[in-house]
Design a protein around this ligand. Structure first.
Ligand SMILES: NC(=O)c1ccc[n+]([C@@H]2O[C@H](COP(=O)([O-])OP(=O)(O)OC[C@H]3O[C@@H](n4cnc5c(N)ncnc54)[C@H](O)[C@@H]3O)[C@@H](O)[C@H]2O)c1
Ligand SMILES: [Zn+2]
Length: 683
């Protein structure tokens, strides 16, 4: 692209303005809204001036918009589309036509809102989804409210699905009402304009702040109705415990048609909404702004039990409500689908509300799940504002369907890259701050899993998680796997972070090389507590969650060559490893009924990155073999059949294969990853 981005270029001003607007969540929801600027550049083809439109393209967020996120169109060509526009029922064809207006290559694909930006005769245009603006836009008397609040400076535009016609409508309004600085788009959001970038920004902020101030001043007390007896928020520790106890069941419900990752929030705004009398009626009305309901579905699933209801009652009731939810969604689809509608995309809720506890939201990855929750919080704010002044009146259900199953929306979904092999799976790796566990956590994340990095050492676990990625990908938690309460807390942390757990790697371990006579009772207990008992406790707590999810699962034990190979100075370690190895077979036999596979990996001689080797064991082994400690890895390699050094990544690869999409029919297996040690062959 030849777009100059000097300090005063239209594109640079536009990016700066967009970043400022997008930085404040009161102005627009995440990735919601778009902005534009028009200006003149020299056409590199003719050397003549050419009028251009820079507009935020499809995808991405205003707060972090860069030049790459802009589409650049020739204004003359874009506006010439008016002459070939075939009318409302074929307006979608105009989106493909935008591609023929592009100026140079690169940049983002023009979005559906491009028409509004290009056709409105103002050099700078903002289209935003502010909660306060949508509150007016969804009030039953939104049109009158708009006149009362803004006089003739802001014009009401009745709901219309975004597209070319909406662009024409708004352009017409701008011509007809020269004193107007913007409009409220019924059911949807706001659009504002200005002669300069500063003026557009001022006008946007003025509309948002004026709407918010009006709501603050005129809203009735208790817009969500009086408190509902028994529905107040539980104290924090209690509600977190209840959330963790319910999370796997709820994720299972949300994953009935397609597996999803979860996000939980107990933000005050959610708890307050659920504590008030009108929440069932309002929740059933669903969200309104197209951005909101595309991620939240037309309505959430609301548990209709008080905060103190026991977990078992909640689980039973959620099961009933899930059936009703799916029936209602199917009925909604059947009411509105036409022969050319895309197929139904799944009947499960994306938002589940639990009074006294909080909100669970779901998506194909953690970010999508988190954003769905953020959008429902936006929707709660919208409902509060609208109910405070008037009656919340979202767009018609038929219009929601037209957006949700829009051919353009379907095309967007079809263009999405294929998911990675472990996408939507939540992995929990113990002892993941170092060596094999760390490599395994990295590998599982690289293959698309969300990963809980659990270790005795919290600081190192968090550091490893941070290196893997943001909290949408990996989180670090503290655990002593030999302590049942700590193990339960770890699984609770996992299900609160990602909604549930699917893939557990029992890797935490340590090694004391001592002869029978030197091995103390404490040595024996430590080895068995961490490895034999620790992996039992982890498998038990994780299996409980997996069984509640009804989504199957994987448990992998990092056992050892030493679980089958016998040598001196290894009685406590080797016996504990043999115990782990037999747990694999026992649990494979028991958990298969729940679709849970249990397998093991037997590593050997993994020196690099291993804390076990660095912590004295390596020096000891090197001394025994008469080599330098730094050469121990290659020394071990020479003892193997393949003469290859085994690295942590090789173990991680084996774990991935055992849990990955190809190995669906194998359970109770041990895979040696030792470069070939005949004495440890399994038979
Ligand atoms: N390195 C090898 O050659 C080899 C060979 C066979 C088996 N293994 C097994 O692989 C696993 C990982 O070994 P590594 O070489 O990567 O070791 P490592 O020391 O690098 O990593 C082990 C991790 O486990 C953690 N840990 C220890 N006790 C814990 C507890 N009670 N609770 C939670 N976390 C705890 C440690 O803090 C450490 O981060 C162990 O089970 C080990 O027995 C290793
Ligand atoms: Zn919009």
């Amino acid at each position: 692209m030849t777009t100059p981005t000097g300090p005063t270029s239209p594109a640079a001003d536009l990016i700066a303005r967009s970043n400022r607007l997008g930085a404040d969540p009161r102005n627009t929801n995440y990735a919601g809204g778009n902005t534009s600027a028009k200006g003149t550049e020299t056409d590199p083809v003719t050397g003549e001036p050419v009028e251009l439109l820079w507009v935020k393209g499809s995808g991405g967020d205003l707060g972090t918009l860069t030049e790459k996120g802009l589409a650049v169109l020739r204004l003359d060509r874009m506006r010439a589309l008016v002459d070939v526009y075939p009318g409302l029922d074929r307006e979608d064809e105009m989106v493909a036509a935008f591609d023929y207006c592009l100026h140079g290559k690169g940049g983002a694909a023009p979005s559906i809102d491009t028409a509004m930006h290009g056709l409105v005769d103002a050099p700078h245009v903002d289209h935003l989804h502010p909660d306060a603006g949508i509150a007016i836009a969804t009030a039953a008397d939104g049109q009158e409210l708009t006149a009362t609040i803004f006089g003739d400076r802001v014009v009401w535009v009745p709901w219309r699905r975004p597209g070319f016609q909406l662009g024409l409508d708004i352009a017409e309004i701008k011509r007809e009402f020269p004193q107007a600085v913007g409009c409220i788009l019924g059911g949807h959001g706001i659009t504002a304009w200005g002669e300069t970038s500063e003026e557009a920004e001022e006008n946007s902020l003025w509309i948002i702040e004026t709407a918010a101030a009006h709501i603050a001043e005129h809203s009735r007390a208790e817009p969500f109705g009086p408190p509902l007896e028994g529905y107040a928020a539980l104290p924090e520790a209690e509600r977190r415990a209840k959330a963790a106890a319910l999370a796997p069941t709820i994720r299972g419900i949300a994953s009935a048609d397609r597996a999803v990752v979860g996000h939980f929030t107990d933000a005050e705004v959610v708890l307050d909404f659920l504590a008030a009398a009108e929440h069932p009626r309002l929740a059933a009305l669903g969200t309104s702004c197209p951005d909101h309901f595309l991620r939240t579905k037309v309505e959430p699933l609301v548990l209709d039990l008080p905060a103190e209801a026991p977990v078992e009652d909640c689980v039973a009731r959620l099961g009933e409500l899930a059936v009703t939810y799916r029936e209602r969604y199917q009925a909604y689809y059947d009411r509105h689908a036409t022969p050319d509608s895309p197929a139904i995309r799944g009947k499960d809720p994306l938002v589940v509300l639990v009074p006294g506890v909080g909100m669970f939201s779901f998506g194909k990855d953690k970010q999508t799940a988190r954003v769905a929750g953020e959008f429902y919080v936006n929707a709660i704010n919208v409902m509060r504002g609208a109910e405070g002044l008037s009656t919340y009146t979202p767009i018609e259900e038929s219009e929601k369907f037209r957006i949700e199953y829009w051919a353009l929306e379907e095309a967007k979904l079809q263009r999405m890259p294929a998911p990675k092999p472990l996408a939507t799976r939540v992995a929990l790796v113990t002892g993941a701050a170092s060596g094999i566990g760390r490599a395994t956590a990295e590998k599982l994340a690289a293959e698309g899993a969300c990963v809980v990095v659990a270790d005795l050492d919290l600081a190192r676990a968090q550091a490893v998680a941070a290196e893997i990625g943001s909290a949408d990908v990996a989180v670090g938690v503290q655990v002593d796997v030999s302590d049942a309460a700590a193990v339960q807390a770890m699984v609770d942390a996992a299900v609160l972070a990602f909604g549930g757990v699917d893939l557990v790697v029992n890797n935490a371990g340590l090694s004391l090389s001592r002869s029978l006579l030197e091995t103390t009772e404490r040595d024996w207990d430590l080895q068995h507590d961490v490895m034999a008992k620790g992996s039992f406790l982890v498998a038990q707590a994780a299996a409980r969650a997996m069984i509640a999810q009804e989504m199957g699962g994987d448990i992998v034990y990092i056992s050892s060559k030493n679980s089958v190979f016998a040598g001196p100075n290894n009685v406590a370690y080797g016996a504990a490893k043999a115990d782990q190895a037999h747990q694999v077979r026992l649990l494979a036999a028991e958990l298969g009924a729940h679709g849970i596979k249990v397998n093991g990996v037997n590593p050997d001689g993994v020196v690099q990155g291993s804390g076990i080797f660095a912590g004295g064991w390596g020096a000891n082994r090197a001394a025994v073999y008469g080599v330098e400690e730094k050469d121990l890895g290659s020394f071990y390699a020479q003892r193997t059949i393949l003469k290859r050094e085994v690295l942590p990544g090789h173990i991680a690869n084996a774990v991935f294969v055992l849990c990955g999409p190809e190995m669906t029919h194998t359970t109770g297996l041990h895979v040696p990853v030792d470069a070939g040690v005949a004495a440890a062959f399994l038979r």
